[in-house]
Ligand binder design. Structure first.
Ligand SMILES: [Zn+2]
Length: 297
């Protein structure tokens, strides 16, 4: 999702600059802090390579696939996406015949139920987005798992796990235990307020309370490196930052919702408080959606 719906935006294009090796045979193509570009991951084993996130639309996905094919040097390719949102999954078609697309069942259901609606919504976000979405076919996975999946890449096993409802209904995290690396998708953003895709009546699946529970469980697994959906990679403090923000959002919302205070006043007060707490975080417009979502919980 985008930070700013108005004004000129940087083209949401994946660029192969500053590719970072976080561990042996594990790299991230960074988002360069460009809206609607995700952090893309590649994790290799002796016989296979897993690609995490497609980028938005077939042309971005072709860029990712081109990089992946070169990186893999003949190894077999797998593809996954952390959740169904367009910049994470809506390029899977480019991998058809080249990679096995593997995701959790709830995400596959999100794609089937809400993919077309999100495509429409995102096309309305401006010409740069619409351009990247031209020719998109809604992703259909080759393989679906229910709650977790151990993917053997050869000498290295990667764990894919459905978290349950949080940022979306079908979030999954990907962990690489031998390197202590966790790919969270939009469950975590660095330097940005948590994105609440709360779009009644079309989509109200985001769950603030579910999200807090997911963050507590992820923190307990003590990853060494966290790759967020957007923003710079960091350590486990990225997980704690999100948990603390969501808890504060819940507490401040619930402290006000049963009073006679109008929703407008509640949103204004909590927004001011959160900006004071995190003056350097982007995406301030997501605070309001977070308050409204927590209010409904
Ligand atoms: Zn998302």
């Amino acid at each position: 999702m985008t930070d700013s719906m108005t004004g000129p935006m940087t083209e949401p294009v994946v660029q192969l600059t500053d590719v970072r090796e976080l561990a042996r045979d594990l790299v991230v193509i960074p988002d360069r802090r460009v809206q609607l570009v995700p952090n893309v991951g590649l994790v290799g084993g002796t016989h296979s390579v897993l690609v995490i996130e497609t980028g938005m639309g077939p042309r971005n996905a072709e860029t990712v696939l081109g990089f992946a094919a070169e990186y893999a040097r003949g190894r077999r390719l797998y593809l996954t996406s952390t959740h169904f949102h367009p910049e994470h999954a809506f390029g899977a078609q480019a991998f058809a015949g080249e990679a096995t697309y593997l995701i959790n069942r709830a995400q596959a259901e999100d794609l089937a139920a809400k993919g077309a609606g999100y495509l429409e919504m995102f096309r309305g976000l401006g010409e740069p987005v619409a351009r990247q979405l031209e020719g998109v076919e809604l992703p259909v996975p080759d393989l679906v798992y229910d709650s977790s999946y151990e993917l053997d890449l050869g000498g290295r096993t990667v764990r894919l796990e459905a978290t349950g409802r949080a940022h979306s209904r079908g979030d999954q995290v990907v962990t690489v235990p031998d390197a202590g690396v966790m790919f969270t998708g939009d469950l975590v953003e660095a330097g940005q307020f948590a994105i609440f895709p709360w779009f009644p009546p079309h989509d109200t699946d985001v769950s603030g309370l579910g999200w807090i529970g997911v963050m507590e469980r992820l923190i307990a697994t003590r990853p060494r490196v966290v790759v967020p959906g957007h923003g710079d990679c960091g350590g486990p403090e990225l997980l704690a930052d999100v948990r603390d923000y969501l808890r504060l959002l819940r507490d401040e919302t619930w402290a006000r919702r049963d009073s006679a205070m109008s929703e407008e006043t509640m949103v204004a007060e909590i927004t001011a408080l959160m900006i004071e707490r995190h003056p350097d975080w982007e995406g301030r417009e997501w605070i309001e959606k977070g308050v409204v979502c927590m209010c409904a919980a």
